[in-house]
Design a protein around this ligand. Structure first.
Ligand SMILES: [Zn+2]
Length: 364
């Protein structure tokens, strides 16, 4: 994403391979100039909490810019993904000084293996790359629906997800699932016939994947946070569903809620469906709700099993058949149960907000 096209006829050059970003950064310009830079960190590790993703996205985000500054002709990398399918994973690269860098490509895991094997033989390996990629300006919008609270309607709880997706697949897990989970949870509460005290606000953010850079400028989450102004003071807490539809296993709350009566009540509701209270506190929320953090809004997190998320993420395999209806339903139950408790309580989550929200979540 954000890569410029190659010139007509493509780019052909010798490959120079690096096993890390540090190795690329340390390389003399003469070793890189005019060549195709290949960064291969090895296969991403599948982790329940998705933590294998961060180190790899640094290559995708910053790699093309570093290679371009050293005079490279193009950039290739091993896909950021945990599968062994012959399907590349797309995702965003970062502009340098507001300008696109050099043509950048991601190889599917088996192809990355093969290129690395060829390079390891020690003979020069040449590659021809052709891309018609382009980036253009267009308009997106956030879609917002409120379930007004019965007695404290000015107090807002945000349920976030994003509508945009990469165009290789259909965006079923990233992030159609999040939209489905959050709106189904709000609907379950509405259908119960009894209104909770506070307002539930479901937001389908209009642009998460394409933002440059993510949190501060043009994404739907930043625009929403800016547009709210003083109304943000009445945002009690926010959460985001943006990790597919596999089951929720942990509840994360603001630091001050650890050990609180609220956490105990939430545990009573969520434990029977397999969700444990985590000793890890929620500081980031997610890419879309994240920009509200520095403005004083605390976050909750319903952590999902991400073990197979990055097998499918940002590939042609991101389609509805990968969603397990039973796990999707468990997500809706977890969201509905927790949100009912939050919306019908008078707990001041803002007073529990941790002092230092992080802002390093890679877009996913
Ligand atoms: Zn996403």
């Amino acid at each position: 994403g954000h890569s410029p096209a190659t010139p007509r006829g493509g780019v052909e050059a010798e490959i120079v391979r690096f096993a890390s970003m540090e190795d690329l950064q340390a390389a003399p310009d003469a070793a890189v100039r005019g060549r195709i830079v290949y960064v291969d960190l090895g296969q991403m590790h599948a982790m329940q909490d998705g933590s294998g993703y961060g180190p790899q996205t640094r290559v995708r985000g910053a790699g093309p810019g570093v290679a371009a500054a050293k005079g490279a002709a193009a950039f290739i990398m091993r896909s950021v993904g945990s599968d062994e399918n012959r399907m590349p994973h797309t995702g965003t690269t970062r502009y340098v000084d507001g300008k696109p860098t050099i043509p950048a490509f991601a190889l599917a895991a088996p192809d990355a293996d093969q290129v690395s094997r060829l390079v390891a033989l020690g003979q020069p390996v040449r590659m021809r790359l052709t891309s018609t990629a382009r980036t253009y300006q267009t308009h997106s919008q956030n879609v917002i629906g409120d379930l007004p609270g019965a007695t404290r309607p000015d107090e807002i709880i945000v349920l976030g997800s994003h509508m945009d997706s990469w165009d290789l697949g259909t965006g079923a897990i990233d992030d159609g699932a999040g939209g489905a989970i959050t709106i189904a949870a709000a609907k379950a509460i509405a259908d119960s016939g009894r209104r909770p005290a506070r307002t539930l606000r479901v937001i389908f953010y209009g642009s998460e994947e394409v933002a440059q850079p993510t949190a501060q400028t043009g994404n739907g989450g930043a625009v929403y946070a800016r547009a709210q102004g003083a109304a943000l003071d009445k945002h009690i807490i926010a959460g985001e569903s943006d990790f597919g539809a596999d089951r929720v296993y942990a509840l994360r709350l603001p630091a001050g809620a650890q050990g609180s009566d609220f956490q105990k009540a939430a545990t009573r509701v969520l434990y029977p469906i397999g969700v444990l209270a985590s000793d890890r506190v929620e500081t980031e929320g997610g890419v879309d709700v994240g920009p509200m953090g520095p403005l004083g809004v605390p976050f909750f997190g319903l952590a999902q099993d991400g073990t197979r998320y990055f097998d499918l993420h940002h590939t042609a395999n991101d389609t509805l058949d990968k969603i397990d209806p039973a796990q999707l339903s468990q997500n809706v139950a977890a969201w509905a149960g927790l949100l009912w408790l939050i919306a019908d309580s008078d707990v001041d989550f803002r007073a529990m907000k941790p002092a230092t929200p992080a802002s390093t979540t890679p877009a996913r």
